[in-house]
Design a protein around this ligand. Structure first.
Ligand SMILES: C[S@@+](CC[C@H](N)C(=O)[O-])C[C@H]1O[C@@H](n2cnc3c(N)ncnc32)[C@H](O)[C@@H]1O
Length: 239
């Protein structure tokens, strides 16, 4: 799905807003090295181009080779291939050679796809291992209220408010694209959440997972349209 671009086609506008927000929350310095955990099709690249061009380096990690191939082509097309690295790997089992290698990390709608509490905790612990002390980690996950219908209703509203595209395209996106997104989100995300294959987070659970991995000064905000939480914290000093 990632490889063909179908995933990208169905991305609602509020998902892009959330990606941008995760990045501005991370707020990396110009030459930082940042890890994008579960990078998928590399859509984050669209939102970080000025930072990449100013000398930042993004490493995208994913298990799915199709997504990584698509992300690599995207980086080429955007002219930032020298500033990015894509790595195939499991977020619950990161390369020990990478310990302390990153100045920041973001995981946007990826950790929640791990099927067990133990794996989700392990992934956050692994992130802590590969960050330098005081580095920031931003984690975005669906919350208790996540459903496809309100997400798509919010996307339709946002598409309707757009001034950057002509009316006909706005209508196509509002009614055809958003219907496709609703169908795909029900089938691929909501169903798996309801079956406990994926996970809806609570705020106390996020605090617990982040704290026990060594993150401090934790903040959580709710994104109403997406029914998600954006949580972030900084890694403490080594004991
Ligand atoms: C919903 S997609 C999100 C992609 C991207 N972060 C975004 O927001 O557009 C979830 C991604 O997590 C990846 N993923 C799932 N389990 C993983 C694991 N154990 N290790 C690394 N990536 C994983 C999937 O392959 C997929 O690309």
């Amino acid at each position: 799905m990632f490889d063909t671009g179908i995933y990208d086609l169905g991305i609602p506008i509020n998902f892009d807003t959330s990606l941008r927000r995760a990045w501005t929350t991370l707020a990396p310095a110009a030459t930082d090295r940042v890890l994008d955990i579960g990078c998928g099709s590399g859509r984050m690249l669209l939102h970080v181009l000025p930072w990449l061009r100013s000398g930042g380096h993004l490493t995208g990690l994913d298990v799915d080779p199709g997504g990584l191939a698509y992300a690599g082509r995207r980086a080429q097309q955007l002219g930032v291939a020298d500033q990015v690295t894509f790595v195939q790997g499991n977020m619950s089992d990161l390369d020990p050679d990478q310990i302390g290698a990153f100045d920041g990390a973001v995981a946007h709608f990826s950790v929640y796809t791990l099927p067990s509490d133990a794996e989700r905790r392990a992934a956050i612990h692994q992130v802590a291992r590969v960050l330098r002390p005081r580095a920031r980690f931003v984690l975005v996950v669906p919350n208790e209220c996540y459903r496809a219908r309100p997400l798509v209703a919010d996307a339709r509203r946002a598409e309707g408010d757009r001034k950057d595209i002509p009316l006909w395209l706005r209508l196509v996106r509002q009614w055809a694209l958003c219907s496709f997104t609703e169908w795909g989100t029900r089938r691929n995300v909501e169903k798996k959440l309801d079956q406990d294959i994926y996970h809806r987070y609570t705020a106390p659970e996020l605090v617990d997972h982040l704290t026990s991995a060594g993150f401090r000064d934790i903040h959580i905000t709710r994104t109403p349209g997406l029914n998600s939480y954006c949580a972030w914290g900084c890694l403490g000093e080594p004991a």
